[in-house]
Design a protein around this ligand. Structure first.
Ligand SMILES: *Cc1c(COP(=O)(O)O)cnc(C)c1O
Length: 472
């Protein structure tokens, strides 16, 4: 049987792939012109194609990889679990990998988000959070709260419900006749100056006021709207949003599918909104969790969101897993003798034991190996290596949040199919990278030493020289 290593050639695999596969996020007619790269194996940050060329996985394989490919610790955890119990249904049964994972996640929030509901992909986690929010209000007799608010250019996945709170035209427009309508409000964007945050908050307040009593939840991507093109905002925005959600009694859903798991510099991006809220309080976890308090209005809040969604990095980029963390208050609103008041949502592979074992290995790494501290050092290396780009006249808005670094190519220079040309040119410099429009970004595995940082900066600079009309 043929394998993805040899003796078939790159062209063979491309041809067979184009005939048998329907590639995601791809116009297949274009893939016939620019065929997919057949990858044979991965080791650390490197991917190797079937001809043996290597490429640095600068986007962590769509933001899922944390510690590199073929990581020993995660691999061993999966192998051990595979020999014990690969999967069992999570209705009527339970198992140690799921329980310990939920306990660890709860501890990381200082107990503020003590209940975990599992699914397998990010979009499903978003669907779950939306359904849970609506159903929770309904169980409290507040049926009218059934509308959702989302941010301009926000991205939350592409199933029908998740797409309804996604504001990325290229994904959304074809299906808009099928979607429930959501309120799209202005998003803060550090590129747009100091008052962008105040404007975004004013727009949010306007909608919350106009639809008072009708809104179930606001969904946000904390600190970085990744799919929008690495659009960044400050933690102060999240604090203000939390306060507005309390004032108008709506849920706050923090979609940390991309920014969670240390990517932003803290385990949960939202922690940065807690940590800067004041001096550390007694009872805080090492990662900044805060004990529950009570808002003036009597509504339970903790400074934390009411829901946090995680996926992508949670299994270290090995197996599909997603989850929704929520509060005691939401959990209690479903507690009843009445079956219909329960949350009856389910997916066949909910809480898959192999994926949970991988996720436990990931969390153990954070707990035992100072991953966050190392990330801060790694982020500084990236910052230093890319600092000269700030003076490159071809680019603008060099920005960074933790292990996400991005810049925009000046609009007058990009020309036709910039992202595709950049991607192809970068391959010649051993770099696998996919810009979003004219935004070039790095979201690498957490394996950045000095040599790697300067390799990345050089490869990006050379690629810019290849694809842009003139070098600076
Ligand atoms: C990727 C992503 C999703 C969707 O996750 P899938 O696993 O691709 O369905 C949702 N929200 C955010 C913020 C994401 O980055």
């Amino acid at each position: 049987m043929a394998t993805l290593t040899s003796p078939s050639t790159q062209q063979d695999w491309q041809k067979r792939s184009l005939s048998a596969l329907w590639h995601p996020c791809t116009q297949m007619a274009r893939a016939a012109v620019v065929p997919p790269l057949p990858i044979a194996r991965g080791q650390k940050p490197w991917l190797y194609d079937v001809e043996g060329h290597r490429y640095f996985d600068a986007n962590s394989s769509w933001w899922v990889n944390l510690f590199g490919h073929s990581d020993e610790g995660i691999k061993n955890a999966i192998k051990l679990q595979l020999d014990t119990l690969p999967h069992v249904m999570l209705a009527g049964c339970t198992h140690a990998p799921a329980v310990t994972l939920a306990e660890k996640l709860s501890a990381l929030t200082g107990g503020a988000l003590g209940h975990t509901f599992f699914a397998s992909d990010g979009a499903s986690a978003v669907e779950i959070a939306l359904k849970m929010s609506f159903h929770s209000w309904r169980n409290r007799g507040l049926d009218a709260k059934r509308e959702f608010v989302c941010l301009r250019h926000g991205y939350h996945g592409e199933t029908i419900g998740a797409l309804a709170v996604t504001d990325v035209a290229v994904f959304r427009d074809a299906y808009s006749p099928l979607l429930m309508s959501a309120h799209v409000v202005d998003a803060p964007d550090t590129r747009q100056g100091a008052d962008s945050e105040a404007r975004a908050l004013a727009d949010l307040r306007r909608v919350l006021q106009a639809r008072r009593g009708h809104i179930a939840a606001l969904i946000v991507e904390p600190l970085v709207q990744c799919a929008a093109g690495m659009v960044m905002h400050e933690p102060s925005y999240l604090r203000a949003v939390r306060a507005l959600c309390d004032e108008f009694e709506i849920h706050l859903i923090a979609d940390e599918i991309a920014v969670g798991c240390g990517r932003s510099g803290t385990f949960f991006a939202f922690e940065q909104a807690l940590a800067s809220a004041g001096p550390p309080q007694a009872g805080e976890t090492p990662l900044g969790g805060r004990a529950r308090t009570r808002a003036p209005g009597g509504v339970h809040f903790s400074g934390w969101p009411d829901f946090v969604t995680l996926s992508k990095g949670i299994s270290g980029g090995t197996l599909p897993l997603s989850l929704v963390l929520t509060t005691e208050a939401v959990f209690q609103s479903f507690w009843s003798d009445d079956v219909a008041r329960g949350f009856l949502h389910s997916h066949s592979y909910t809480g898959n034991a192999l994926a949970c074992a991988a996720a436990n290995a990931v969390l153990d790494r954070f707990a035992t190996q100072n991953v966050l501290e190392q990330n801060r050092a790694q982020a500084r290396r990236l910052q230093d290596a890319f600092a000269p780009l700030a003076h490159d006249e071809r680019v603008e808005h060099l920005r960074q949040r933790g292990m996400i670094l991005a810049f925009d190519v000046r609009p007058e220079l990009v020309g036709e199919r910039f992202a595709e040309r950049f991607h192809l040119a970068a391959r010649a410099h051993e770099l696998l990278i996919r810009p979003i429009g004219r935004t070039v970004y790095l979201m690498p595995p957490y394996l950045i030493d000095d040599a790697t940082a300067s390799f990345l900066a050089n490869a990006v600079r050379q690629t810019l020289n290849d694809v842009l009309p003139h070098a600076a």
